[in-house]
Write a protein that binds this ligand. Sequence first.
Ligand code: ADP
Length: 187
Amino acid sequence: METRYSRFIPPRREKTQVNGNRRIAIYPGSFDPLTLGHDDIIRRALKLADGVVIAVAERTTKPKEPTCPLKKRVEIISEVYADEPSVEVVQFSGLLVDFARARGARLIVRGLRAVSDFEYEFQMALMNRSLWPEIEVIFMAPATSYTFLSSSLVREVASLGGDVSAFVPPIVLEYLVEYYGPGVAGR
Ligand code: ADP
């Protein structure tokens, strides 16, 4: 109902714009390769944030295993989200909280697949918050069909020539075909 004062109450959206306060979420990871599980989390995060920055890092676990070079990963993922203006892809190294602060982002998104992810993720979240109390970490669960999916499993299956076309976006699949051969696309 229209009241005498209603015109003085700015709509919420306008207030955010006046403050220039776009809510940016950082989604960090190695994405080696980016899977449909990652994509699922990114799409969910876009419902909570105005923009998502995919922060692509060097892979620290099992560094001797063959890996897609960091620059190439950034290139491929940028191509995947080329038509998505709210998604930015950047290479990142160093402390995540420093990166987030420099980007003016107070939100970190991580995906949780199973209880096994929880302990490490929880520790990281608390560590990051002790480094920068302003930061919030949110954990998101993917669609059930992606809860078993991991980059390392995709790498393993692809390196043995198995078909991974159901697990990665088409642009990523093309790179995997170049790298491992046509078998990874079921050809
Ligand atoms: P890291 O190398 O730091 O584990 P990853 O690239 O493997 O990074 O993953 C980045 C984030 O995406 C992590 O929070 C991870 O838990 C999450 N993630 C990876 N695969 C999936 C998936 N299938 N469903 C949901 N979240 C996922």
